[in-house]
Design a protein around this ligand. Structure first.
Ligand code: FAD
Ligand code: EPU
Length: 334
């Protein structure tokens, strides 16, 4: 693609005005197998909804356009094999249309199917990992196609093997979902509890409605969803904070551990709605930072670091960013 720079603003939903010299689109697996990377770095991109390019990226950007969905079933299960470049929400809508239950709580999550297992996307009481039985990928070093089972993916909260042993080592090409036909509907989370005997479509529509109220539409205001993960802390740490803040919401994840909403911590410190150098802490959901007024990567990093420092000072909790941040040639952390 020559030496000129190509804009990345449409390729990541945060929409910062940055660029890269090499953008390569892959439409089928043979192209990936044959491709020789000419740069010292490369990054795989789906729809860029969990990725922020904080400055110009001087490597190759590989954009995943693999497509195709196959539905099959037996008496007890639906089996859905999906090429990794397919849009996640279209898959959910397709399932609801066909009367296949299971994925409706995950409606309207942006991004590709191939990125879904990486952070084990989750919302409204459901995580995708529970339905994934196989992930197919190309090992980028050996250029061989391999498969691992859902169990081998070691899914956790916003976590999987693709953030650890396989990080930046594989190109996910296909994800297979196995959904029991008798899967229970999940309506325990927040406002879904107000639904009485809902159909799959009722849940799907309610999730869309809640999300549209709280979360900024990336087509209108650049953002990458939750900027931080919800911290999981020990009971003793939790009790110490609860003594000072009895109204703090929480979710007990085990006998020993409690998850607290980072959005509440950030909101309590008064960041919600604040704009610093074009970056805003979203007025309806403090966990989301937005590119409100032509912000820059430098401004975003400074604002995020301020939030981390203030939350640590007041609550003794170190927030971790959920979004994937990229610098000139590699991933960066705050
Ligand atoms: P990208 O941002 O393109 O990539 C994400 C990471 O995966 C990058 O590190 C990339 O290198 C890697 N990657 C992508 N594709 C591949 C591949 N084929 N092989 C190997 N590596 C790959 N997430 C939730 O879990 N729950 C939510 O409720 C939620 N809500 C959101 C709301 C909004 C408004 C936005 C903007 C984001 C939200 N997210 C949510 C985050 C995001 O939607 C998910 O992380 C999604 O899975 C990202 O998909 P993507 O294709 O855009 O990934
Ligand atoms: N809260 C506040 N103030 C805020 C935001 C939240 O007090 O500004 C409180 C809420 O009142 C509620 C609690 O925090 O008591 C949780 O809020 P919410 O239900 O909005 O969910 P969240 O924990 O902030 C998580 C995910 C979202 C996912 C929703 C729904 C993470 C990091 N985020 O947000 O995922 O859609 O739950 O399940 O786990 C994403 O990953 O990008 C994302 C949007």
């Amino acid at each position: 693609m020559g030496n000129s720079l190509h804009s990345l603003s449409q390729l990541h939903t945060f929409g910062l005005a940055v660029a890269a010299p090499h953008i390569v689109e892959f439409n089928d697996i043979s192209q990936i197998l044959q491709h020789q990377c000419t740069q010292s770095a490369c990054i795989i991109l789906g729809e860029g909804s969990n990725t922020v390019f904080t400055e110009d990226f001087f490597g190759e950007v590989w954009v995943n356009k693999l497509s195709g969905i196959t539905f099959s079933e037996d008496n007890a299960h639906h089996y859905i094999a999906v090429a990794s470049g397919e849009n996640w929400h279209n898959l959910v809508a397709n399932c609801v249309e066909r009367g296949i239950a299971g994925l409706e709580n995950l409606a309207l999550i942006p991004g590709t199917v191939g990125a879904a297992p990486i952070q084990n996307i989750g919302a409204y009481g459901v995580e995708v990992g529970q339905f994934i039985t196989c992930v197919e990928f190309i090992d980028l070093e050996t250029k061989t196609t391999q498969q691992i089972s859902g169990v081998e993916c070691t899914f956790g909260y916003r976590d999987s093997i693709f953030k650890h042993a396989l990080k930046d080592k594989v190109f996910i090409t296909k994800v297979t979902f196995t959904i029991p036909k008798n899967v229970a509907k999940v309506t325990s989370y927040g406002e879904l509890a107000s639904l009485s005997q809902p159909s799959i479509r009722d849940i799907y529509e309610k999730v869309i409605q809640i999300r549209q109220q709280k979360l900024p539409d990336p087509k209108q205001i650049g953002n990458a969803g939750s900027f931080f993960k919800n911290p999981v802390i020990s009971i003793s740490e939790f009790k110490a904070i609860q003594d000072r803040y009895p109204k703090m919401p929480f979710y007990q994840v085990s006998e020993e551990r409690v998850k607290v909403p980072a959005g509440w911590l950030i909101d309590t410190l008064g960041f919600k709605g604040q704009i610093v150098d074009g970056i805003q802490c979203h007025p309806q959901q403090a966990l989301v930072l937005t590119n409100k007024a032509q912000g820059t990567g430098t401004a975003l990093i400074a604002f995020a670091r301020q939030i981390i420092a203030d939350v640590a000072m007041e609550f003794g909790i170190t927030l971790e960013h959920e979004v994937q941040l990229l610098g000139r040639l590699e991933r960066i952390t705050l």
